[in-house]
Ligand binder design. Structure first.
Ligand SMILES: [Zn+2]
Length: 146
């Protein structure tokens, strides 16, 4: 079964900013009507008016998909805040929950050591949820039929 789309809560103060950021975005407008292009790089990201994020790996010419992983959605928001000069977007990012640990990939800074690139592993948050760290643990046995 497909994972649920990650969805940001669009707050009222952000709406005029998003409205200003809209505009002719060419091919993306067909994919996400009314969306805001965040980043036109190898991983193109578009923020939909309902808070979902859509992405397309242009390096592999891949199809558009709804972003389901929090770190990937946050990664694109942070890139968008920088690329589109819209720091207001950062207000969408989740607050660090109790129990989160510093991201090992960036040491908690949100940017990769050396390159300074936005850290994909944590979406530039600098922390990872405890649940996300247990991804490699054996999956729990589920009863048939869920
Ligand atoms: Zn990180």
């Amino acid at each position: 079964m497909a994972a649920r789309a990650y969805r940001f809560a669009i707050f009222d103060e952000l709406r005029p900013v998003l409205a200003r950021m809209q505009g002719p975005i060419g091919e993306w407008d067909d994919v996400v009507p009314g969306g805001v292009m965040l980043w036109p790089g190898m991983l193109v990201g578009v923020l939909a008016p309902d808070g979902r994020v859509f992405a397309c790996d242009t390096f592999s010419d891949g199809p558009w998909y709804e972003v389901t992983a929090e770190h990937e959605a946050c990664f694109l928001i942070v890139l968008g805040a920088e690329y589109r000069a819209a720091p207001e977007l950062l207000g969408l990012l989740p607050l660090r929950p109790a129990g989160a640990t510093n991201c090992a990939g960036c040491g908690g800074t949100g940017h990769e050591r050396g390159t300074g690139w936005v850290c994909f592993g944590c979406g530039s948050l600098g922390w990872v949820r405890v649940e996300a760290e247990s991804v490699t643990a054996p999956a729990p046995v589920r009863p048939p039929g869920r």
